[in-house]
Design a protein around this ligand. Structure first.
Ligand code: PMP
Length: 428
């Protein structure tokens, strides 16, 4: 496989775009080499500018749960575009997708659409602060909630990959209002709350962490957070940007049977167009402008193309009663296959999986939080990444990301992937 045209395009891009990319992880900095420039994609496959074909396990970092260029989504966007691409005025489709989302997800009465997961999480904490009248928030080391200032404190995803979790440009004033806790450690959360009594608005968490690789919540951890929030009058925010409409119709709230107070969405909810959303019970959502005092707005929010894509996506997820089961079975099949070949090749590893999220950590011990996640062997990961690429398998170019399984993957694709893992790791 050669990447000649991708290399040339990257060199050209680097002259006019910082690092040649519009989002850092895409640059392959953590693994070395040249990023692949995509020409097109359909179903489970990506095709690059050099004519190489890859089975895709990133899927735009989550949104393409049904595979690329899914016909009902594409057609809905084309039809909408013919009628105007943005008005900055209310449209009926916004109510339709809101009604559908509210019917699919437990415990939400109202939802507001924004343009990204970052915006959703940023707005959710503003709402929590406005509602409670408190300033501080608790976030977990290794969780990523977008690149808004309050969250760039020991963040996951690209922020770990680049080893600069505390970004310059985030002020001390902002940083002091973000309290850090340890994922899966309820005693630690208790002590953070006790040390800041009466000052905390909310706890924000990825209910299944996906930005330090995939890390499931320990049994009772989410319930423990719910109980602590109730006891101390804090709001619990589930950042379901990855897990929402992926782990179940009602996301992690449904899967774990825990109600959050505010829920954030992104990725799947937009069918691949720039969409985020946040949702809550009526009394909390009514704190937002124009009804309430907490301001939040957007020129392109509820954009008709984005809403058309999102609605077509959610309708499919709502109607296909077998989908989430099928996705989980495919992911379990990969898990079993990977375990077998990695054991045969005596490659130290830990695999974490929830529903259609899975990751291989090249670590001896269980990976349960940020500390154990960064213990994984990065040199092994780099070799693994490039080996898999050569075998036509595209995984995230960082050890701290999750693989996203799509319904477009066939069992032949899964077998080819397991065979590639076997071949690549046999050379370690
Ligand atoms: N929250 C989580 C859990 C995410 O995984 C991400 C993005 N990977 C975000 C928030 C930010 O979303 P966006 O990149 O759309 O701003």
């Amino acid at each position: 496989m050669n990447y000649k045209r991708s290399s040339a395009l990257f060199a050209q891009a680097e002259k006019v775009i910082p690092g040649g990319v519009n989002s850092p992880v895409r640059a392959f900095k953590a693994v070395g080499g040249t990023p692949i420039f995509v020409k097109e994609a359909k179903g489970a496959y990506l095709y690059d500018e050099d004519g190489n074909k890859f089975i895709d396990y990133i899927n735009s970092w989550g949104p393409m749960i049904l595979g690329h260029a899914y016909d009902p989504v594409v057609n809905a966007v084309i039809e909408k575009a013919k009628k105007g691409t943005s008005f900055g005025m209310p449209t009926e489709i916004e109510t339709k997708i809101a009604e559908l989302a509210v019917s699919m997800v437990p415990n939400i009465d109202k939802i507001r659409f924004v343009n990204s997961g970052t915006e959703a999480c940023m707005s959710a904490i503003r709402l929590a602060r406005g509602y409670t009248g408190k300033d501080k928030i608790i976030k977990f080391a290794g969780c990523y909630h977008g690149h808004s200032d309050s969250f760039l404190i020991q963040a996951g995803s690209g922020a770990i990959t680049f080893g600069s979790p505390n970004s310059p440009g985030v002020t001390q004033g902002t940083a002091k209002d973000t309290l850090l806790a340890k994922y899966n450690d309820i005693e630690n959360v208790k002590s953070v709350i006790n040390a800041n009594k009466g000052e905390i608005a909310c706890i924000i968490i990825e209910p299944v962490a996906g930005n330090m690789g995939c890390i499931p919540p320990k049994e009772d951890f989410l319930q423990g957070l719910r109980d602590l929030c109730d006891m101390h009058g804090l709001l619990l925010i589930f950042d379901e940007v990855m897990t929402g409409f992926r782990l179940a119709k009602g996301g992690a709230q449904e899967l774990y049977n825990i109600n959050a107070d505010i829920v954030c969405y992104g990725k799947v909810i937009g069918g691949g167009l720039p969409v985020g959303a946040f949702a809550a019970r009526e009394e909390i959502m009514n704190y937002l402008a124009p009804l309430g005092p907490v301001y939040q707005a957007g020129t392109l929010s509820g954009n008709p193309l984005a809403m058309a894509a999102g609605l077509a996506m959610l309708e499919t997820l709502n109607n296909d009663t077998e989908l989430f089961g099928r996705l989980a079975e495919k992911t379990a099949y990969l898990h079993k296959g990977f375990t077998k070949v990695l054991n045969e090749n005596k490659t130290s590893h830990t695999i974490n999986r929830v529903g259609s999220m899975i990751s291989i950590h090249f670590a001896e011990d269980q990976v349960i939080d940020f500390e154990t996640s960064v213990k994984g062997n990065n040199e092994t990961f780099k070799k693994f990444f490039h080996g898999m690429l050569q075998e036509g398998i595209y995984i995230a170019p960082s050890a701290f990301e999750t693989w996203f399984i799509t319904d477009a993957l066939t069992y032949e694709d899964l077998d080819a992937t397991i065979a590639a893992v076997k071949k690549v790791t046999s050379k370690f």
